[in-house]
Design a protein around this ligand. Structure first.
Ligand code: UD1
Length: 351
């Protein structure tokens, strides 16, 4: 049974991926600073898979990826226990776009310095297989409503996106110039929403949600009176913004598929879009959510959000062909599962 090191594994995407990795038989060591996540997510993951906390299969460490000594001790322990990591899934990082504009250095430090520290320790301990959480936010904004391929132009429009792109570049450099063989997959996420069917884990943003889906579920809870729709004058099929929403479990499947794809190879560096390839407007998201959950969802159309774009949808053919991966959960399931999580956990992981 091989062991995977997961950074940021207690977060939204991390916890769903940990669940799947455990179900597939992997052992996990998870490092998370818990600044934007809760350890309870992993306890619940373990309960879902094993009906109890299974410390044999999932070991949690509270800490920061910038802590070189801590990382070295984790990798060293793995060697001593004869459980060297077969690969790393690297989720840890800050991800609020607005905050990154206000505090760019905080983002460069956490995301870029953190990744460099991690990569140095991986290299030292001869663990050179990594799946990295990148983002579709790195693509250049376009006016034409064309699906983005991995070769579309890159031009991040905020520090958060810049840090994701720079980490991809660092990984590229390692692959091209290092004397050792690296196996690297940078996964460019589109818009992950939904939650695991159990309703025990899900997205748990702190403060006012920036993204539309957690905002919708909190309007559903009546924490907010209505959703603001940012513009109905975009060049899209109904004027509202179009995005590629992907169920977080399909996204998790993409990580496992990418890791197992790398395991089979000798060396590789690849960037892969993870989206469904289906564009959904804000109005369609609202009406689907209302229909399947049978709840009211008041909204008001307001002006466009600064820096926003009308259309962002993946061409996902590379993921399908290379990873033999196919998203299987539709928008209705995303809305049902996301609401199931939120209504059962109105305060997230806090009681
Ligand atoms: C945003 C970030 C992106 C980040 C991603 C993480 C911006 C400009 N982009 O992407 O960098 O990687 O989140 O998931 O912040 N909307 C509303 N009302 C709301 C919130 C959003 O109408 O209260 C609309 C937006 O205009 C957009 C769609 O909903 O059309 C999705 O927005 P959001 O969930 O914020 O995601 P992105 O803009 O795709």
């Amino acid at each position: 049974m091989s062991t995977i090191f997961v950074t940021g594994g207690a977060g939204f995407i991390g916890s769903h991926t940990c669940l799947l990795l455990l179900q597939k038989g992997y052992k996990l060591v998870v490092l998370d600073s818990l600044i934007n996540s809760s350890k309870i997510s992993l306890e619940r993951v373990s309960e879902i898979v094993f009906q109890k906390y299974n410390s044999e299969r999932i070991k949690f460490i509270n800490g920061d990826i910038r802590n070189n000594d801590l990382l070295e001790s984790i990798f060293n322990d793995a060697v001593l226990n004869r459980e060297e990591f077969e690969g790393v899934i690297h989720f840890a990082g800050l991800k609020a776009v607005g905050e990154s504009v206000s505090y760019p250095l905080k983002y460069w430090d956490a995301n870029v310095n953190g990744s460099i520290t991690l990569l140095k320790v991986m290299d030292k301990y001869n663990c050179r297989t990594i799946v990295f959480s990148s983002s579709a936010t790195i693509y250049k904004k376009t006016e034409n409503n064309l699906k983005l391929t991995e070769n579309s132009k890159i031009k991040p429009s905020n520090p958060y996106g810049e840090t994701k792109y720079v980490i991809e570049k660092i990984l590229n450099n390692l692959f091209r110039f290092s004397s050792s063989k690296w196996k690297i997959a940078s996964l460019r996420y589109f818009n992950p929403i939904g939650a695991h069917k159990s309703g025990l884990i899900g997205e748990n943003p702190s403060g006012i949600p920036n993204n539309i889906f957690p905002f919708i579920t909190q309007v559903g809870l009546k924490k907010f009176d209505y959703l603001k729709v940012f513009g109905n004058d975009w060049d899209t099929y109904d004027g509202s913004g179009v995005r590629d929403y992907i169920h977080v479990m399909d996204l998790a499947e993409g990580h496992v598929a990418a890791m197992e794809y790398l395991f089979k190879l000798d060396e590789k560096n690849i960037n892969i879009n993870l989206g469904t390839g289906i564009g959904t407007s804000v109005f369609d998201l609202i009406s689907t959510f209302k229909k399947v959950n049978k709840i009211e969802l008041p909204f008001k159309v307001v002006g466009r959000r600064d820096g926003d774009i009308g259309y962002l949808v993946a061409n996902n053919s590379l993921a399908k062909s290379l990873l033999n991966w196919e998203p299987s959960l539709n928008l209705e399931e995303m809305c049902i599962d996301g609401w199931n999580w939120q209504k059962n956990n109105p305060n997230g992981f806090q009681n």
